[in-house]
Design a protein around this ligand. Structure first.
Ligand code: ADP
Ligand code: MG
Length: 335
C-alpha cells in the first residue's frame, strides 16, 4: 500500500536494503527441514506443513512505552517481540516454525535495527524458527510478530481441558519479571547489582517454555502461558474449563533473587500478579504430576504444584492456611 509515499522513502538504507541487511538470512530457506518453500522477497511466503498436523497461529504487538520502557535496548525488544509469541505456541504444545514481522520504526537507524534483528533472529535460531516475511513502515515504534507452528492433529493443549481434581502447576519461578521491570523503571532500588541484573534479565530476555510445552502435550489436561500475571490469567483457564481454582500462595515458586531484593509482601504480590514471566500454567491429573515434573527436570526446569481445580466457579487463595482475599489484579489494557 502506498497512499502516503513519504512513509516509506527516506535517507539511510531504503526499505528493501533494510530488509535485506537486517532481516534476510542467506541459506535460511535452503535448510532442509524448515518447511520454507519461499521466504522473504515475494508477495507471500510459501510454507509446507508436516502431514497429519494442525496449523497453530498467534500474533502479538508490542508498543514502546506500554510493553517496554522507552529507551529499552533494541536487542531486548527484538527478543521479547518473538518470545511472547513463542510462549503462546508453547502453551498449546505446538512446534514453532515460521514468523512474520510487521515493523514500524520512527527512522531507519542502522545501529538500532542491527541490535533489534540480533535479538529477534538470535531467539528465532535458538528455536529453529525462520522469519519468512513482514512489512516495514515508518511511525511510532510498534512491533507485531506473528508466529506459525504446527502440532500433531488433535493433540494441542487448550485452556478448556482441565478436570475437577487436577493439580495446578507452574514452570520456573514467578514474579521475577515484575521485579525486573520495577528495577529498570527505578520504582524499586536494589542493594545488590548482580541480583538486580538477574531479575532485569528475566524481564528483558524471557525464555519461552517451548520444549516443556511439547513435553506436556499428552500429559497436561490444560495449559496457558502467564503473560498478565497468575491472578489475571488463572481465572481465564478456570472459566474456560468451567471450574473453580484454588491456589496456596505459600507454594508459589519464587527465586532467591526475588526473595532477597524485595520485602516478603512485595515479592508475594509480584509472584501473584505481575505480568511478563512467560512461565506456563498447567492443569495435570494428580497421578501424572510426577511424570510431568520429571519431563520438566530433564529440561532443567522446575515444576511446582500450587493448587488445584475444583468443581464450581471463581478462584480462591489461601495464605498460611487461611483464606486470602486478593487486592492485586493482573494487567488489563482497558482497565
Ligand atoms: P508487498 O508490498 O508485496 O507487501 P513489501 O514490499 O512490503 O511487499 O515487502 C517485500 C518483501 O519483504 C516481502 O516478502 C515481505 O514479506 C518482506 N518484508 C518486508 N518487511 C519485512 C521485515 N521487517 N522483516 C522480514 N521480511 C519483511
Ligand atoms: Mg508489505
Amino acid at each position: 500500500m502506498t497512499t502516503a509515499k513519504s512513509d516509506k522513502s527516506d535517507a539511510g538504507p531504503g526499505e528493501f536494503e533494510l530488509i535485506r541487511r537486517f532481516f534476510m538470512r542467506p541459506g535460511a530457506v535452503s535448510r532442509g527441514d524448515s518447511g520454507v518453500i519461499l521466504g522473504i522477497g515475494d508477495d507471500a511466503a510459501l510454507l509446507a506443513m508436516p502431514a497429519h498436523s494442525e496449523l497453530a497461529a498467534t500474533v502479538d504487538t508490542i508498543i514502546e512505552g506500554r510493553h517496554f520502557p522507552t529507551d529499552t535496548d533494541a536487542r531486548s525488544i527484538g527478543h521479547r517481540a518473538l518470545a511472547v509469541n513463542l510462549s503462546d505456541l508453547a502453551a498449546m504444545g505446538a512446534i514453532p516454525a515460521w514468523a512474520t514481522l510487521a515493523l514500524t520504526v520512527p527512522s531507519a537507524d542502522s545501529k538500532w535495527l542491527q541490535r533489534f534483528s540480533d535479538g529477534l533472529l538470535g531467539l528465532a535460531d535458538a528455536h529453529g524458527v525462520t522469519l519468512v516475511g513482514g512489512d516495514t513502515t515508518r511511525g511510532p515504534l510498534t512491533i507485531s510478530v506473528q508466529v506459525l507452528g504446527h502440532v500433531p492433529r488433535g493433540t494441542a493443549m487448550r485452556r478448556s481441558g482441565a478436570r475437577a481434581g487436577d493439580l495446578l502447576a507452574v514452570t520456573g519461578t514467578l514474579g521475577d519479571a515484575g521485579a525486573g521491570l520495577a528495577l529498570v523503571s527505578a520504582t524499586c532500588l536494589a542493594q545488590d547489582r548482580a541480583l538486580a541484573d538477574q531479575l532485569i534479565r528475566r524481564f528483558e530476555y524471557p525464555e519461552p517454555r517451548v520444549q516443556f510445552g511439547q513435553a506436556a502435550r499428552g500429559i497436561a489436561s490444560a495449559a496457558m502461558d502467564l503473560s498478565d500475571g497468575l491472578a489475571g490469567d488463572l481465572p481465564k483457564l478456570a472459566s474456560a474449563s468451567g471450574l473453580a481454582a484454588h491456589v496456596d500462595i505459600d507454594r508459589l515458586p519464587m527465586s532467591p533473587a526475588l526473595r532477597s531484593v524485595a520485602a516478603p509482601e512485595q515479592a508475594r504480590d509480584w509472584a501473584m500478579a505481575a505480568g511478563d514471566d512467560y512461565e506456563l500454567l498447567v492443569a495435570v491429573p494428580q497421578h501424572r504430576f510426577a511424570e510431568l515434573a520429571s519431563a520438566a527436570a530433564r529440561l532443567d526446569l522446575r515444576l511446582t504444584a500450587i493448587g488445584e481445580l475444583r468443581s464450581g466457579t471463581d478462584v480462591t487463595w489461601t495464605l498460611n492456611g487461611r483464606e486470602f482475599a486478593i487486592a492485586v489484579q493482573g494487567y488489563d489494557h482497558f482497565r
